[in-house]
Every structure is written in structure tokens, then in C-alpha cells.
Design a protein around this ligand. Structure first.
Ligand SMILES: [Zn+2]
Length: 483
């Protein structure tokens, strides 16, 4: 029997606020354990949470960027469960009345555009972290993350394959980065997700029993874990086993999912409205103000790139996948508007590769990038004007990245300018012809393929700096002259 997979994702995005959601503690990553804590986020008795307005603003920004409806009134709920990293014994979240609902994200997978509906977006606080200290046979608790603001973005089960799930997560990350509410850094846990996966016979209307895979923290993990889980469920169904509702963990080392606990239902959490926090009322003028500050979103920007710069879809997609890359491209094109496609090639090949090599591809701003966009614009202009060859340009580019100086300075200092001067080229050609009389004779006897040999020799003599077309023209003249 043929099965299809039904997949929904719950994405947790850490918001880029300076302080936590209900207190003034810092959200900075990497501090010593328990340095960013206070009585509120440590859950001491008698303290009251005070809502961080910026968190709500970011939630509304996200809602607007994903076509969700923002609720005029939403409500905070306590999600009760007992775990050592949860000092209060409950997590402040939202339940029946989330801040936003009914949006969508358009993704592209397998060459087709598909709309993935969003069920809801709500705000909540993160929990702390337990560290297992095997040496001392003890468990330690770090509360730096407790109270860090998160958005939970829940999709409808509209995804059908691991590839679609990966594309959805990438698209969502791009949107969150564009609107600058989340840095999208999966290594630091700023973006992670749970996947709900079930299978059903093709054409069936009812859903199969769903299994939840917790805490996936890379695109690779999402795609691999879902793929594994689909196959596991298919195998089990073939063997006549019943799929049980459970929570599983992805074991990245063994590349399998394994049981964590059988699924608690919402009932087990004993959700109830938080008595310490008033219902959240959002007025329309505030929503309008936030809407007015939204930047151009990735899809719109991609379409504009194709229109304004005549770029192919592929280029436009790659360049607009990240806001910083798109900004970098546009600044470079402004520095040299004549060749937008050549600029695109340079950004895609050299800049993106340099970032990857440098492990800087998680950085959001292009200020720390190896080469200012104006310098790259100048470099493309110099190639186009024939001042340097494409090959030499690679050398210049590497030097630009290493030193931060302008291409003109590097070309002058290292004497890399292209030789197109007729006299200089003639001297070199004469030299090569004099050194290879047999080859000259053979060429003149009809072996025209030898032209490449002469080109190569002059190129070597000039260290690649000879202007290729000038050289070719002059060589042909010289060789023909003796016939
Ligand atoms: Zn605190």
C-alpha cells in the first residue's frame, strides 16, 4: 500500500530582545551559569511578572509578516508541569487565546509553490537548562534561559515530505530574520522545532496516530528525523503493528528517533489563566504603527530583484534568502549598476563561499564581512573595463578580503593590471616565437590548434596579465605575417 506523510511543525523562535519577557534580566547568550537571573525568573515566591512590551511588538510584527490575524484580546496561561529546569513549576504561555491566528507562509519545494497554513502564534517564556555533571554524579541547573522570550509558531499539518518541512523552516527563518525579531541562529538554539508526523494510506481522509519528535535544532536534523520517522511508521504498519501516540527524540549520532515518553495530552498540563497577568489588549493603532515599519519581505524582494536587475529566479532566490545578503547585493549593484548579473555571480560564488569558509554565515549584518560592497562593485567594473582579467580578479578578491583595501590599491601595489599595451605584448610574442621556431613553422603549415600554445606561453610570461583578446589578435597577425 502507498502511504502519504502528514507533517506539522511547531517552531520555537527566541526573540531578539535585550531583556527577558517578565523581568529585566539580560538575554545575552554565553554568560556564566545563573548570571542572568533575579527573583522573578528564578521563580521565588511573592514576585510578580511584568510584561516586556517589546516582546508583544515582535509577536505582532511576526503575525503581520505571516498574514495572521492579531487578536484584540489574548490571555496568558499557566502550563503546569514539574521539571527541575522550571523553577515555578509552571511555564507562562498562551493557550485558548493566543496573540495571533490563521496565517500562512508560502514555500517552494520540488519546483512548486505551496501555501502552508499557520494555526497560531503565541508568546511564552523559555525554561532553564539542566546540565548533567557525570564526574560528580550530579545534575546542575542553569536558569540563564529561564524567562527568555519565545514565539511558538504552529503550522497546520499541511506538509507532506521532509523536503517540504525543510523548505518551510528555511522560509520561516528568512522571514523572522527579515523582520529582525529573531537571529535564526540554530546552533545557539534561537530557532528550534518539534515535528508532528503521521502516515495514512494515499487518498484517506482520516489522520493516522501522530508522533511528536522534540527539539530539532538544525535543518539537517529536521529533514533526517522526519524521513526516519516516516519510514519507521511505514515499516511498523506493514508488520501489522499499531502506531502509538508518543514523544520521541532524534538521536543525531545514530540517526534514529527513540521513545522519550508517551504523549501527555493538554489535560495533563492543567492549563489555566495566569492570575498574575491581565488579559493582553492590543489596540488597532499600535498594530497599524508596527505594520508601517515592516520591511519589504523576502518574496516581494525576490520578485523585485528579477524585475529590477533582470536576474534569473535562481539568483534572486539565493540572494534574497537572507536579508543581509540581499542588502549587500543591492549596495554592490549601486556601486556599479551596469552589470547586475556579474555582481550576482560574484556575490553568490565568492562572498557566500568566503562567509562559509569563515564560519560567518550565521552573522546577520554585513558590516563584519570580508569585503565592503563598494570594493566588490569596483572590482566588477575593472573586469568589465578590461583592466584585469577574470582570473586575476580572483587574486585581487582574495587580497581584498585579507587586507580590506580597495581593488585599485591592490592592483597598483602588486602590478596586476592587465597588459593591453601593443608594444609590451609584441615584445612578449616575439620572444615566444623566437624560442619556438618549430611550432611557428608547424602553425604556418596549417596546425592552427597551436595558437593556444602561443597564448599559453605569453600568458605565462606575463603571469596571466595579458589582455586575452588583444593577445589573440596580435598573435594571429604576427603568425600570419610570415606565411
Ligand atoms: Zn530575571
Amino acid at each position: 500500500m502507498e502511504y502519504e506523510a502528514i507533517i506539522g511543525l511547531e517552531v520555537h523562535a527566541q526573540l531578539r530582545t535585550e531583556s527577558k519577557i517578565f523581568c529585566g534580566c539580560s538575554t545575552k547568550f554565553g554568560a556564566a551559569p545563573n548570571h542572568h537571573t533575579c527573583p522573578v525568573c528564578a521563580g521565588l515566591p511573592g514576585v510578580l511578572p511584568v510584561l516586556n512590551r517589546r516582546v508583544v511588538e515582535y509577536a505582532i510584527r511576526t503575525a503581520l509578516a505571516t498574514q495572521c490575524q492579531v487578536r484584540r484580546v489574548s490571555r496568558w496561561a499557566r502550563k503546569n508541569y514539574f521539571y527541575p529546569d522550571l523553577p515555578k513549576g509552571y511555564q507562562i504561555s498562551m493557550y485558548e487565546m493566543p496573540i495571533a491566528e490563521h496565517g500562512y507562509v508560502d514555500i517552494e519545494a520540488d519546483g512548486a509553490r505551496k501555501r502552508i497554513r499557520l494555526t497560531r502564534i503565541h508568546m511564552e517564556e523559555d525554561a532553564g537548562k539542566t546540565i548533567h555533571d557525570a564526574g560528580n554524579d550530579a545534575s546542575l541547573v542553569d536558569l540563564n534561559r529561564a524567562g527568555v522570550p519565545l514565539l511558538e509558531i504552529v503550522s497546520e499539518p499541511d506538509l507532506r515530505s521532509p523536503e517540504e518541512a525543510g523548505a518551510y523552516l528555511r522560509t520561516l527563518r528568512t522571514v523572522l530574520q527579515y523582520i529582525e525579531v529573531c537571529d535564526g541562529n540554530m546552533e545557539e538554539g534561537s530557532l528550534r522545532c518539534d515535528a508532528n508526523v503521521s502516515i495514512r494510506p494515499h487518498g484517506a481522509r482520516t489522520f493516522g496516530t501522530k508522533v511528536e519528535i522534540k527539539n530539532l535544532n538544525s535543518f539537517r536534523a529536521v529533514e533526517k528525523a522526519i524521513s526516519y520517522e516516516i519510514h519507521r511508521q511505514q515499516r511498523a504498519t506493514h508488520m501489522g503493528e499499531t502506531i502509538v501516540q508518543e514523544t520521541r527524540l532524534w538521536d543525531a549520532n545514530r540517526e534514529v528517533t527513540r521513545n522519550m515518553r508517551s504523549k501527555e495530552s493538554a489535560h495533563d498540563y492543567r492549563y489555566f489563566p495566569d492570575p498574575d497577568l491581565l488579559p493582553l489588549v492590543v489596540e488597532q493603532p499600535w498594530i497599524d504603527t508596527i505594520a508601517a515599519t515592516l520591511p519589504e519581505l523576502p518574496t516581494a524582494r525576490r520578485d523585485r530583484f528579477m524585475h529590477d536587475y533582470s536576474l534569473p529566479l535562481y539568483d534572486a532566490n539565493v540572494l534574497t534568502m537572507r536579508k543581509d545578503v540581499a542588502d549587500y547585493y543591492e549596495t554592490t549593484v549601486r556601486a556599479y549598476p551596469s552589470e547586475p548579473k556579474a555582481v550576482s555571480n560574484w556575490v553568490m560564488d565568492s562572498i557566500l563561499r568566503a562567509l562559509k569558509d569563515d564560519n560567518r554565515d550565521q552573522q546577520l549584518t554585513s558590516t563584519a564581512w570580508p569585503c565592503p560592497p563598494e570594493h566588490l562593485g569596483t572590482l566588477v567594473r575593472l573586469i568589465h573595463e578590461g583592466k584585469i582579467s577574470g582570473k586575476i580578479a580572483k587574486t585581487v578578491f582574495d587580497a581584498m578580503c585579507a587586507t580590506g583595501t580597495s581593488p585599485e590599491t591592490i592592483i597598483a601595489e602588486q602590478e596586476l593590471a592587465q597588459v593591453s599595451n601593443e608594444h609590451e605584448l609584441t615584445v612578449q610574442i616575439d620572444h615566444v616565437m623566437a624560442a619556438n621556431p618549430e611550432k611557428v613553422a608547424n602553425y604556418r603549415a596549417g596546425r592552427e590548434k597551436l595558437l593556444q600554445f602561443f597564448v599559453g606561453q605569453v600568458m605565462r610570461a606575463t603571469q596571466g596579465k595579458a589582455h586575452p583578446q588583444r593577445l589573440m589578435d596580435l598573435l594571429q597577425q604576427k603568425l600570419a605575417a610570415g606565411q
